[in-house]
Design a protein around this ligand. Structure first.
Ligand code: PBG
Length: 326
């Protein structure tokens, strides 16, 4: 049913902010947002050059930042660790006193009910910078990596994490992690799977923040080809069958079609990761006065929500929550 001009006039409902607000279809609330944090053994706070406003934080500073996020009404944080030492097996990822495990403990002591999510991957912890173990030929060994990912996730849960988020893109990792958690009394702990993760150049600034650039080659052997959409649906369905509770699509703005399809075709909660490169591009243009940062930011976030994302992981979480009056 559709009336036509002059019976219908689109402009009638656009005449004031009150009217526009009454019929607005999409909104953003601080509790839809997840803030990534980088925790390090170094004392203090260390700015990340390629990401203005983002810092690597000591355990104490991370706990402070978590309390600030909670006060702003941000829903959750996503914790990444920068270990003191790296090795071929990424042992810092699953050490009981590893940096993420220590960070989680300190944060949980400080906050009331802010959700603490941990990123589960080996790339920050391996000396070669890949997301899994290597075969002698230098290939990422899928099946041998699964056990280490499961151990990492379990150690995060034991440290007090509320949710784990595997980002490695090994086949079968969700099921390996689900089994490890269930077997140790963590059947209630949700998994947010980086199910549809593209091999993207938009991750560039993150690799400086997390010190996780691959030392040779790239991640195209395990992350998805940006040309593929049907495959993304397959990845989402596989992870759901393996026990994922929330499906992530990453990056966000260049993949709105994927967010929309995953939401419509699975009906699962969908998280979109507005990644480091997306953040840095806005910051760089804003610093030069070429765009109105607040407006471009809100427009970007609304389009991610309009496409179908329930949650948005973004380095802008605190700034956005403050603007929204959280
Ligand atoms: C680790 C991981 C990456 C990001 C999140 N987890 C980097 C990568 O896959 O190379 C990227 C996040 C961002 O760019 O903001 N596997």
């Amino acid at each position: 049913m559709m009336a036509r001009f002059p019976i219908y006039r689109s402009r009638r409902l656009r005449r004031s902010e009150r009217l526009r607000a009454l019929v607005r279809e999409t909104s953003i609330a601080p509790d839809d947002l997840i803030a990534p944090l980088f925790v390090t053994h170094q004392p203090g706070r260390h700015p990340v050059a390629a990401m203005p406003g983002v810092e690597q934080l000591s355990v104490e500073a991370a706990a402070e930042e978590a309390a600030r996020l909670e006060d702003l009404g941000v829903g959750a944080l996503l914790l990444f660790g920068i270990p003191e030492q790296k090795d071929a097996r990424g042992s810092g990822a699953y050490a009981a006193d590893g940096i993420v495990q220590r960070g989680v403990e300190a944060i949980k002591e400080r906050v009331r009910d802010l959700i603490v999510v941990t990123d589960v991957c080996l790339c920050e912890y391996t000396d070669h910078g890949h997301c899994g173990l290597l075969t002698p030929e230098g290939e990422v060994d899928n099946d041998a990596t699964l056990e280490l990912l499961a151990r990492s996730a379990l150690s995060h849960a034991q440290a007090g994490a509320d949710m784990v988020a595997p980002s490695d893109m090994m086949d079968g990792r969700v099921s390996a992690i689900r089994k490890a958690l269930d077997g140790a009394g963590f059947s209630h702990l949700p998994i947010m799977s980086y199910a549809v993760k593209y091999a993207s150049a938009f991750y560039g600034p993150f690799r400086e923040a997390a010190g996780s650039a691959p030392q040779f080659g790239d991640r195209r052997g395990y992350q998805m080809d940006p040309a593929n959409a049907d495959e993304g649906l397959r990845e989402a369905r596989l992870d759901i069958e393996e026990g994922a509770d929330i499906i992530m699509v990453k990056p966000a703005l260049p993949y709105l079609d994927i967010i929309s399809r995953v939401k419509r075709e699975t009906g699962y909660p969908v998280a979109a990761y507005h990644v480091s490169g997306e953040y840095s591009m806005l910051k760089a243009a804003a610093e030069r006065g070429w765009i109105d940062e607040e407006r471009v930011l809100m427009e970007s976030m609304l389009s991610i929500r309009r496409a179908g994302a329930d949650l948005i992981i973004t380095y802008y979480a605190a700034q956005l929550a403050a603007n929204l009056g959280g």
